[in-house]
Design a protein around this ligand. Structure first.
Ligand SMILES: NC(=O)c1ccc[n+]([C@@H]2O[C@H](COP(=O)([O-])OP(=O)(O)OC[C@H]3O[C@@H](n4cnc5c(N)ncnc54)[C@H](OP(=O)(O)O)[C@@H]3O)[C@@H](O)[C@H]2O)c1
Length: 442
């Protein structure tokens, strides 16, 4: 889709140098891609996407030419790792979500998921938050990080190989059990981080994210920016982007945090953070974690541009629209499949994914999935995995069987994970035929 210039490849030892024209783009060592020289962000993303699809074939061809006697090693290392922005964080392109641990899942179930995803399947990236589990409640807040912390203590030797992400809550949303109502002033960010480190039982969080902006912006399925005149008073109290980044800088200097990320951010916010960092020598954000799925493709427009210009790839959350894209809530699906499921238990949670138009879109995507020999969940995950702006897809599960089915969609050499132009066309036909962003707005 974004291939404009054929990508060259040279082999030297165990490394493959990718280049376009005369400029070296980066180097791939043992399946891990490291960006070496900066291109324009957009071009860089194009080249990354291109090297994901074609680079390994070039590499394999070059390897075969260099030592024809060796057996073919064309199959890519799995899972693929990606660099987050300009950081040295190399994350697997699927990340383990955690937000059901401590509510829908017990600690033992969570540890089973971790054993499977990390030990058996080689994921190195885990995402949690001070607010979790969900739906947020005062009685359970922090349980997810504590459960993860127990597992990390039992697996200490693994710590240096893992990328741990957590989040500090933005203000409001009725969560006054967190610091009397969470804020993003300097003291709150620092206190929140210390509390997360304590629960996780680690010295450092690799990626510390602002869970949602301090500003009033459309969030969680809202689509309209509120009239700024009605929000003027509240806006006056919002800590500046510089204040938030200065708190993050303090945490980085103290060794508590390695890199900073955003979440639920708008294109304006992403650019604002990038400019503030540039202006004042503050930490640059290296990723943005937003909702993205077949039911919610808003990110593809201005968000994608901002993400490229800020060098902050998308960490996708809710890639299955909370489980809806598995097809199990369709009226003709076996009701047993949705027993104890998120929307059976919490009927008003993430209602945006269960509007009648969303249900019809899911029915059509499920038909497309069957046509291509995938499960509906695998179609949805293969779709998000193959977007050029995606750094990693955060996979949520309440059962190990979910992980087995879902992680297969990250193996591009399997039927579950294969993605081609016919599939692209088939999902776009549904999308363009009346089901654009059905999870957004009124
Ligand atoms: N930054 C943010 O604001 C934000 C917001 C949301 C999530 N997140 C992060 O993103 C992660 C993933 O989000 P999400 O849980 O909403 O992702 P999702 O992939 O849209 O939904 C995951 C849920 O779908 C169901 N499911 C998963 N695989 C299935 C399968 N193969 N068949 C049937 N059902 C399946 C499971 O729930 P049931 O068993 O209950 O059906 C699972 O918990 C979270 O854990 C969290 O780390 C971040």
């Amino acid at each position: 889709m974004f291939v404009q210039t054929p990508l060259g490849c040279n082999r030297s030892g165990s490394s493959f140098h990718f280049f376009t024209g005369k400029s070296v783009l980066g180097v791939t060592v043992g399946g891990v891609r490291r960006i070496r020289y900066r291109h324009s962000p957009h071009r860089l993303f194009e080249l990354i996407a291109q090297s994901d699809r074609g680079g390994r074939d070039h590499a394999a061809a070059a390897a075969a030419a260099a030592s024809p006697a060796r057996p073919s090693t064309a199959r890519a290392e799995w899972p693929i790792k990606r660099q987050l922005g300009e950081s040295d964080l190399l994350v697997t392109n699927c990340c383990l979500g955690t937000m059901t641990w401590g509510e829908q899942n017990t600690a033992a179930e969570a540890h089973q998921q971790l054993d499977y995803a990390i030990h058996e399947r080689g994921l190195n990236f885990i995402d949690c938050a001070e607010a979790y589990p969900v739906p947020p409640r005062p009685e359970t807040q922090g349980a997810t990080e504590r459960i993860l912390g127990q597992w990390l203590r039992q697996n200490r030797a693994l710590r240096s190989q893992l990328v741990l992400a957590s989040k500090v809550c933005g203000p409001g949303r009725f969560m006054n059990w967190i610091r009397g109502g969470p804020q993003l002033d300097r003291r709150s960010i620092i206190d929140a981080c210390h509390a997360s480190l304590e629960r996780l039982g680690v010295d450092t969080i690799d990626l510390y994210q602002i869970h949602w902006p301090a500003r009033r912006v459309p969030l969680f399925g809202e689509h309209a920016f509120p009239d700024p005149h009605s929000a003027a008073e509240a806006e006056a109290l919002v800590p500046s982007v510089e204040t938030q980044l200065e708190a993050m800088q303090q945490l980085v200097r103290d060794g508590k945090v390695r890199y900073v990320g955003l979440s639920n951010e708008t294109p304006v916010g992403m650019m604002e953070f990038a400019h503030a960092a540039e202006r004042a020598g503050l930490p640059r954000v290296v990723s943005v974690q937003n909702s993205y799925s077949l039911l919610h493709r808003e990110f593809e427009g201005a968000h994608a541009e901002a993400s490229a210009r800020c060098h902050a790839p998308l960490l996708v959350y809710s890639p299955l629209a909370g489980g809806v894209l598995s097809g199990k809530y369709l009226p003709d699906a076996d009701p047993q499949q949705r027993e104890n499921s998120r929307f059976t238990i919490f009927q008003s949670y993430m209602e945006r994914f269960r509007k009648p138009s969303a249900t019809e879109a899911v029915r059509q995507y499920a038909q497309v999935a069957r046509r291509f020999g995938k499960t509906p969940a695998q179609l949805a995950l293969s779709f998000v995995r193959t977007r050029w702006f995606v750094g990693s897809v955060i996979v949520g599960a309440t059962r190990v069987e979910h992980l087995q089915e879902n992680l297969a969609a990250f193996d591009e050499h399997s039927d579950a994970g294969r993605w081609d132009a016919d599939m692209e066309q088939a999902v776009n036909e549904v999308y363009l035929n009346g089901y654009r962003d059905v999870a957004l707005g009124v």
